[in-house]
Design a binder for this molecule. Structure first.
Ligand code: AMP
Length: 544
């Protein structure tokens, strides 16, 4: 027997409709790329997002077509976001930190028909334009700030100016694709995670829970985490849904700029990767500053360093929500809250618990398994591959489908995160290692395979292995280990000069070391675990 309740489809247009109707006056404040602060409201964004919809429809964009953005967090990025999703187009956030070749590959794979971009990214758009089949480029700019460009890009404001704000939003199945985000977090080609309206809506409701991020209409939320990082961790939905004010930081994400917004806009909740918080804390310590308004910070993307946790919680009285998740999980996986069983425990015990990655909200299932796939006990000791299921977890990657729709999952429907973890008696998960062959620097992935492939093109290189080594600011930085061909000679400087231009600048290894033979594992692959151990034991000498 089916229930007899209304079939209210979980489509995301309803989020902005709700914001305009119930919280229409709540502000969205953007620091624009020229540094000026611009203020608007959900009501205005709602109206303009509908004009974007009509501009897209006029171009011929229909249900399922992909619309790309290369944008910082801004009110106009939000308009494009809801304008595309509202008519059932797929909003594809592109990561501007990628190398142009990678970006072009992704744009082609996704078949973006329109790309809306910030002026800052014009050189990037121009660099990829002749490699992709984008039909229309739109620059987020006012007419008087329109940059000269060689790709026929039109001005955003002129593009939407004559459009009506009347349009039919929604009216499609809640399982319709809403957003697309590629992750290069695993080896091989980047993989597209295709979110549905339903999965994003459920993720948003989960994130709004008190033991998740928990947002109220009284909050002022600063998502430093970019919209191209798994939907700004859900905040681009949870903000309007709750009626909280959103403060969009634009391009300036350094400590002083973030502090200025936290202070001037009286921000109560903010979210970012650890590197951003390290920058902020350094700025505050150097200038004797305080955080009188901020109540909580969400820190994720990489493990929270203990000194960051202690600084916020003990020195500044700001509660830390340590979050673990993945693009493939929309992204919420766990939140580092103090479990009920430890609510009266001493501070140090509670802080130790918060350093772990945390508890899954209802809607996410976790388990850890050994090499045979057997579930391991939740004893805080056993550690194994971390598998997940959930209402906003990937089923298969975009265009990687094997026909079953479950290409990313095992036979029982579990998704392997590539992380290794333990789970304690309170249900709190702790990441202990990683099986995926990647380096995460400042919250962004560096593909070790791509680095190695680039190095292998050098005639003196017989084998190359890139590993992540600990770094106080970036969490990890790449170290490139090279085995030379017999009799060949090459220096660190020559390797770096060779890599220059072949990889994104920030992927450049911090150091290149040479060893006689790169250790290999049982299947003949580079044994990175062994290399990391050798590095920790001081056996890979890095010149100062
Ligand atoms: P992404 O898809 O870029 O969000 O990256 C997801 C991956 O980042 C996870 O599978 C982890 O390897 C890592 N990660 C994310 N959050 C954390 C965290 N709080 N602690 C440790 N690793 C994390």
């Amino acid at each position: 027997m089916l229930g007899l309740m209304q079939d209210w489809q979980l489509t995301l247009d309803k989020v902005l409709d709700h914001a305009a109707r119930v919280h229409g006056g709540s502000e969205v404040i953007t620091r624009r790329t020229d540094g000026k602060v611009y203020r608007t409201t959900y009501a205005a964004i709602h109206r303009r997002a509908r004009q974007v919809s009509n501009a897209l429809l006029r171009h011929g964009i229909r249900l399922g077509d992909r619309v790309g953005t290369l944008g910082w967090n801004s009110e106009r990025h939000l308009e494009t976001w809801y304008g595309a999703m509202g008519i059932g187009a797929v909003l594809h956030t592109l990561n501007p930190r990628l190398h142009p070749d990678q970006l072009a590959w992704i744009i082609n794979h996704a078949e973006n028909r329109v790309v809306v971009f910030d002026t800052t990214f014009l050189p990037l758009a121009e660099a990829v334009a002749d490699k992709v089949k984008v039909e229309k480029w739109v620059v987020i700019a006012d007419p008087d700030q329109m940059p000269a460009n060689a790709i026929g890009a039109v001005c955003y404001e002129e593009w939407i100016a004559g459009e009506s704000a009347e349009v039919a939003w929604g009216q499609f199945d809640e399982r319709t694709a809403a957003g697309l985000c590629y992750t290069s977090g695993t080896t091989g080609d980047p993989k597209g995670v295709l979110y549905s309206h339903r999965s994003n809506m459920l993720e948003m409701l989960m994130a709004m829970g008190t033991d998740c991020i928990g947002i109220s209409a009284h909050d002022v939320v600063l998502p430093v985490v970019p919209m191209f990082h798994a939907n700004a961790w859900g905040l681009a939905f949870a903000g309007p849904a709750s009626g909280a004010s959103l403060v969009m930081p634009g391009a300036q994400l350094d400590g002083p700029s973030v502090y200025e917004l936290l202070d001037s806009e009286k921000v109560t909740i903010s979210a970012a990767v650890p590197t951003v918080w390290l920058g902020l804390l350094q700025h505050m310590e150097a200038n004797g500053l305080k955080l009188p308004h901020l109540k909580k910070v969400v820190i994720g993307g990489s493990a929270v360093p203990e000194r960051v946790l202690r600084a916020f919680e003990v020195d500044y009285g700001v509660e830390v929500y340590h979050a673990w998740g993945m693009t493939e999980m929309s992204p919420m996986g766990t939140i580092g809250r103090v479990p009920a069983g430890l609510k009266d425990a001493p501070l140090d015990v509670q802080l130790a618990q918060k350093l772990k990655q945390g508890l899954p909200p209802c809607g996410v299932e976790l388990k850890i398994v050994d090499e045979h796939g057997t579930e391991l006990p939740r004893d805080g000791e056993s550690s194994g591959r971390l598998l997940v299921k959930g209402m906003a977890v990937v089923g298969s990657y975009f265009r990687h489908d094997d026909g079953t729709g479950r290409a990313a999952l095992d036979a029982d429907g579990w998704f392997d995160t590539g992380d290794v973890a333990s789970i304690d008696q309170y249900g709190t998960m702790k990441i202990t290692d990683r099986t995926k062959d990647v380096i995460k620097s400042g919250g962004e992935w560096i593909s070790s395979i791509d680095l190695e492939n680039a190095a292998l093109l050098h005639p003196a290189v017989a084998n190359a292995a890139a590993i992540g080594i600990p770094h106080p600011k970036w969490d990890e930085r790449p170290l490139l280990v090279i085995e030379k061909k017999p009799g060949a000679s090459v220096s660190e400087a020559e390797i770096k000069a060779f890599l220059d231009g072949k990889i994104a600048k920030w992927w450049m290894p911090d150091a290149v070391v040479f060893i006689d033979a790169i250790p290999l594992g049982a299947t003949g692959k580079n044994n990175k675990l062994k290399l990391r151990e050798m590095y920790a034991a001081g056996e890979l000498t890095v010149a100062a």
